[in-house]
Design a protein around this ligand. Structure first.
Ligand code: NAD
Length: 511
């Protein structure tokens, strides 16, 4: 079947029904959703109004007041059940991710696997959430820290990881004793409806098995920026985790700091790799190809800048050019496709304008053209490889499309400076078999990014590590390691179990 004749509206309906979503939720509304695979409509969702959003947050706050009293390991049981529902639904939900975002099949399924992984992680965490005990200078006293639930956690997510980002936040927030309110991207609300239905299924099982959980523990708000702004400004939302462009973070950050709310900002990246003289070139080629062309260049961690040492430039670059020219582009639901469509026409236009900027700055562009396959409203492109004379113009910005800027370098210290000389600081990597170069890259004077890898590309993180970046990427961390602490408040407790009242620092105050 050609792309032009694919009936993805019918398939979407079937998948949503299998995932437990009532058809009334995605028909007859005002928010039009198109699949980037065909460019044609697959849903018309009803949107929440600003008033609906405010009311939902008030209800979520009531849910928080009850949920925080449930012991954390019991809260973990709900997340365990959510993980079970996700396991059972993986084929359907993964397929729906592919249909709604245009990811190739293994990436659609991989996104759901990531949700399952973070649920497992959060279940373990629900029996930890530990604080410290701290030596105190006062006799017969004990000092310790306790971690308490925080409140309603607002989650704003981007189109390119339409469901995994929710799970990174929600699985942790829920075991930490919070309720959540989620505003997904207006480009990908169908997968959000499906996830909400799976959560509700898990919640029903939890209650049927004797668990105590309030209504409105996890709420979904469908809408655009105006609905997101209600979350950002609401006094009963102490933490917003917002994933999206740096422009979005620039709008959201100051509004949150104005009311002293916490922010986890996960914004744009402009990720680089340095290819050193000793690099294993076969491995490098694969690492670079996946990181730069995978997900059609639409990952926050996509490789966008490549610095190649002059001694291997002529060996590596022709091989890369060949890979760029031959990578299979097309229907992401078909086996063998590696590059699916861009999300929409606006993404295509931004890509074209970055390429013409690159040409004006002396860049030599191969690829980047539209790939015609009969789907007039869909936007497939050949990934672009741009040989740049220096790091200038569009190389300094994130263009959310498959463009790789290639630059030659001579000196290691100089390339480290260039690597760090962009405003973004998300992910980075080095390909080398020289131990000094590898260790320097991950040291304090090396990469200034939140993620720094050796002998693998910058994209494709696992949930066990804390995920996020520096500078214009926003500074937030979510997912693994101790990222859970952002979803709780810390109290330092000092307990006097003696019969006297010694004051700290030797202060005397006898009345
Ligand atoms: P976007 O900024 O257009 O939208 C992201 C979300 O923010 C959407 O839900 C949108 O409705 C909401 N939003 C926008 N302005 C808002 C405002 N003023 N107040 C409240 N909500 C607002 O981003 P996108 O096009 O969906 O996603 C692509 C971008 O996201 C890229 O820049 C990419 O690098 C970034 N991203 C970052 C990460 C990360 O973890 N660092 C992960 C995925 C995507």
């Amino acid at each position: 079947m050609t792309i032009a004749t694919l009936d993805l509206a019918a398939e979407t309906q079937k998948l949503l029904s299998e995932l437990g979503v009532d058809a009334a939720r995605y028909t007859g509304g005002s928010l039009r959703v198109a699949s980037p695979i065909t460019g044609r409509e697959i849903g018309l969702l009803k949107e929440h109004s600003v008033a609906d959003a405010k009311k939902a947050i008030d209800e979520a706050h009531k849910a928080f007041a009850e949920w925080r009293a449930v012991p954390a390991p019991k809260r973990g049981e709900l997340v365990r059940l959510l993980g079970e529902e996700l396991r059972a639904a993986k084929p359907a939900l993964g397929r729906l991710v592919s249909v709604e975002v245009g990811k190739i099949t293994s990436e659609g399924l991989g996104e759901v696997q990531e949700m399952i992984d973070i649920c497992d992680f959060a279940v373990g965490l629900s029996r930890q959430l530990y604080g410290l005990t701290i030596a105190t200078e006062r006799s017969e006293h004990r000092m310790m820290e306790s971690w308490h639930p925080l409140g309603v956690v607002g989650i704003i997510s981007a189109f390119n990881f339409p469901v995994a980002v929710w799970s990174w936040n929600a699985a942790l927030a829920l075991v930490c004793g919070n309720s959540t309110v989620w505003k997904p991207s207006e480009k990908t609300p169908l997968t959000a409806l499906a996830v909400q239905a799976l959560f509700e299924k898990a919640l029903k099982r939890f209650v049927a098995e004797g668990g105590q959980a309030p209504a409105n523990l996890s709420t979904l708000l469908i809408g655009g920026r105006d609905v997101g702004e209600v979350l950002v400004d609401h006094p009963k939302v102490p933490l917003i985790s917002a994933t999206g462009s740096t422009a979005m973070g620039r709008a959201v950050g100051p509004r949150l700091s104005q009311r002293f709310a916490r922010a986890i900002l996960e914004l744009g990246g402009n990720n680089a790799a340095i290819i050193c003289p000793t690099a294993d070139l076969d491995l490098t080629l694969r690492g670079v190809a996946f990181s730069s062309m995978g997900t059609a260049g639409q990952r926050c961690t996509t490789l966008r800048r490549l610095f190649v040492h002059e001694s291997i430039y002529d060996k590596l670059v022709p091989r890369l050019q060949k890979a760029y020219q031959s990578v299979p582009i097309g229907n992401p639901l078909e086996n063998g496709t590696l590059v699916g469509p861009l999300i929409d026409k606006a993404a295509f236009e931004k890509m074209q304008s970055a390429l013409s900027e690159a040409r004006s700055a002396g860049g030599k562009v191969t690829g980047g053209e539209r790939v015609e396959n009969g789907a007039a409203e869909a936007f497939y492109v050949r990934p672009a490889l741009v040989l740049m004379p220096s790091q200038t113009g569009p190389v300094e910005h994130e263009t959310f499309a498959p463009i790789l800027y290639v630059m030659k370098y001579t000196d290691f210290d100089d390339v480290l400076d260039l690597h760090n000389a962009v405003p973004q600081g998300l992910s980075s990597s080095i390909f080398t078999n020289d131990m000094r170069e590898a260790e320097t890259f991950v040291s304090a004077r090396g990469s200034d990014c939140g993620i720094a890898n050796v002998n693998l590309g910058p994209s494709g993180a696992e949930i066990g590590g804390a995920f996020g970046g520096e500078k214009e990427t926003g500074g937030g961390r979510e997912s693994g390691s101790d990222a859970w602490k952002a979803y709780m408040r810390r109290a330092t407790n000092t307990i006097n179990y003696g019969k006297t009242l010694p004051l700290a620092q030797g202060v005397k105050f006898d009345v």
